[in-house]
Ligand binder design. Structure first.
Ligand SMILES: [Zn+2]
Length: 373
């Protein structure tokens, strides 16, 4: 059976000098295989991933694996505990304002410098091992800079140092009010159908600071540059990384968590991580877009909004998405206005509050979507 280890990683310290830790649950199989890293709740209000990890742990207690699975629930103990009234303000580092999922590390120059050290006689396994070490040393140097770094990147980099050993990285999130969706790097599109997630966003090799990008941009860029330097060889991208968005923030649901855990296990089974298991993905309709077609609809005016379309609904151009009440005009014809769909679309998520300012991200939607076979 698997060996199980539990440890704690210090990711921050508070003003009282107390260390703030996250638990790390580690399962090691008896046979060699891929290394998997899964974390949840880097955005403090997005708590459903913790239930998913609970179900994964229950499963891994009795199912033999190949390689290793590392689970880091509630990976942001700062963000989870920042409340204002009824709400968790878990999206931004409260000191510097940075999004908690934008402080991870990637530098193309670092990959270039590494490529300069690679000679043709080195095996791909050795390249992978050396590259991991190379990037982890750079992360370590960043963490130990004499001038210091902000709270969000400090927490992010400590998690990334753990994640960078892995062949498969899964970051568990939720939207504000959302249906299930998943971010998949374009090269890993064949993997999308193994998760039980009906909405898929394919992303290019472009770094914006998130964990999934910080993983796959390194390996994707490495493969591209190896192909340039040694075009006579094939250079695969050996690591896959995903962001899973499993419904709405501020709530947990144990049954949904079990369903999503099964989707992750179906993917891990496809990746040869599980021994003697028949977990398969659900037979569901899946729709995908390229990242450029995942569109934000901003409000043009402020007001109080009734959301007329649920996340996951297919909507025709011109259909009403929302009805807005304007309290300064309740006595005249401008009391009520409508927000229409600019194109045929699928709504994926909407803002959680009825009160909106102008410039609010009201809906995020798929346009130009296509079915995934
Ligand atoms: Zn998130």
């Amino acid at each position: 059976m698997n060996k199980f280890f539990k440890e704690h990683l210090t990711v921050a310290s508070n003003a009282s000098g107390r260390k703030m830790n996250v638990p790390i649950y580690r399962f090691k199989g008896q046979e060699p295989g891929p290394k998997v890293y899964i974390q949840s709740s880097i955005h403090g209000a997005e708590v459903q991933g913790n239930v998913v990890i609970y179900h994964l742990i229950e499963y891994l207690k009795s199912t033999p694996i190949r390689g290793e699975v590392v689970l880091v629930p509630n990976c942001n103990p700062v963000g989870t505990n920042i409340k204002s009234g009824e709400y968790t303000l878990g999206r931004f580092d409260p000191i510097n304002g940075q999004n908690w999922n934008r402080g991870y590390y990637f530098k193309e120059e670092l990959v270039n410098d590494f490529i300069d050290t690679v000679t043709e006689d080195v095996s791909f396994d050795d390249i992978k091992r050396d590259f991991r070490l190379w990037v982890k040393q750079a992360i370590e140097a960043e963490l130990n800079k004499e001038w210091g770094i902000g709270l969000a990147p400090r927490l992010n980099l400590q998690l990334q140092a753990q994640a960078f050993d892995a062949d498969i990285v899964i970051d568990l999130h939720n939207g504000p009010v959302a249906t299930r969706h998943i971010y998949v790097p374009e090269y890993a599109k064949d993997s999308a159908k193994y998760f039980n997630i009906p909405h898929v966003i394919f992303i290019p090799n472009q770094f914006n600071g998130a964990l999934d990008e910080a993983m796959f941009c390194h390996w994707w860029t490495l493969a591209d540059k190896l192909s340039e330097k040694f075009p006579q060889h094939q250079w695969p991208i050996p690591v896959e990384a995903f962001t899973l968005e499993m419904g709405s923030q501020e709530v947990i649901n144990f049954d949904s968590g079990q369903y999503d855990a099964k989707g992750i296990l179906a993917y891990l089974n496809y990746k040869n991580c599980l021994i003697d298991t028949d977990i398969q993905p659900e037979n569901i309709d899946r729709y995908a877009v390229m990242l450029k077609d995942y569109k934000i609809l901003y409000t043009q005016e402020g007001g109080i909004v009734e959301y007329n379309v649920k996340p996951g609904q297919h909507v025709k151009k011109g259909d009403v998405l929302a009805k807005m009440l304007n309290v300064d005009d309740l006595d005249n014809d401008n009391a009520v206005s409508y927000i229409y769909a600019p194109e045929d679309l699928i709504t994926i998520l909407h803002f959680p509050s009825a009160s909106v300012l102008c410039g609010t991200q009201l809906y995020k939607c798929f346009i130009n979507y296509f079915p995934l076979p």
